[in-house]
Ligand binder design. Structure first.
Ligand SMILES: *[C@@H]1O[C@H](CO)[C@@H](O)[C@H](O)[C@H]1NC(C)=O
Length: 226
């Protein structure tokens, strides 16, 4: 009996390792001679980035309840991250993540923690379903920041719970709202993402939580109004 449990545990560990080994990561510092590229090399580095890309993927699969459901995942074999000379913070296009060297150069505060949070956000874009292009952009960004929130990389400039004007305002505002919704039903965000594989409808909130999204938003605002 004990042997069988041991064997089953071993198989689970092996299949987890195999699932993880299927994604490959490549990292390029295309701004190596700029202040941000130098800061990347000195304070973050390629080994840490590789480790963070892998841990972000694991965390996202867990968050989306896909760790043991490979068929529910997007079919991505390789993710590439580039440190680039560009404006803004970062963006993701399909399986390519681009991070701004000048953002890294100018960041004051805990650079490694901020970078890790940015990677978790961008990696969520690699793996999340987008309602076949029909989901509101604010929801897409909100889910990416929700994952960042749950991973514990919350920047000091984020809104507090209950703040914001609209549920689909995006980023931190929508992330805080989704966290509230997930508190009403554990696994809500994972199930919402699952439903967003083939399309999008605001009625997904009603389907999963029994209330429309506008009602949920006013409940959320009222919950933090005191
Ligand atoms: C969204 O769902 C509602 C309720 O099920 C339905 O009446 C409406 O037609 C749907 N909208 C779209 C665009 O599919």
């Amino acid at each position: 009996m004990a042997t069988r449990i041991l064997l089953v545990s071993l198989l689970i560990v092996l299949s987890a390792l195999e699932a993880r080994a299927q994604v490959r990561y490549t990292i390029s510092n295309n701004a190596a001679t700029t202040p941000g590229g130098i800061r990347f090399t000195n304070e973050i580095g390629i080994p840490y980035t590789e480790q963070t890309l892998a841990s972000a993927t694991d965390f996202i699969w867990q968050s989306f309840q896909q760790a043991n459901a490979p068929d529910d995942r997007k079919n991505v074999q390789q993710v590439s991250l580039f440190i680039d000379n560009m404006d803004g913070v970062a963006y993701t296009s399909a399986d390519q993540i681009h991070v701004s060297a000048s953002y890294l150069a100018g960041y004051s505060g805990d650079l490694k923690s901020e970078y890790t949070g940015v990677v978790y956000h961008e990696m969520t874009h690699v793996w999340q379903w987008n309602g076949a292009g029909q989901a509101p952009g604010g929801l897409i960004e909100g889910i990416a920041d929700y994952v960042r929130l749950k991973a514990g990389y919350i920047p000091s400039h984020w809104v507090q719970p209950g703040q914001g004007d609209r549920w689909d305002q995006g980023y931190d505002v929508t992330a805080r709202f989704l966290d509230y919704c997930n508190g009403l039903r554990n696994g809500f965000v994972a199930e919402l993402n699952k439903k967003m594989r083939t399309g999008y409808n605001d009625s997904f909130f009603m389907d999963l939580l029994g209330k429309g999204v506008d009602q949920l938003w006013s409940d959320y605002k009222a919950n933090y109004a005191q």
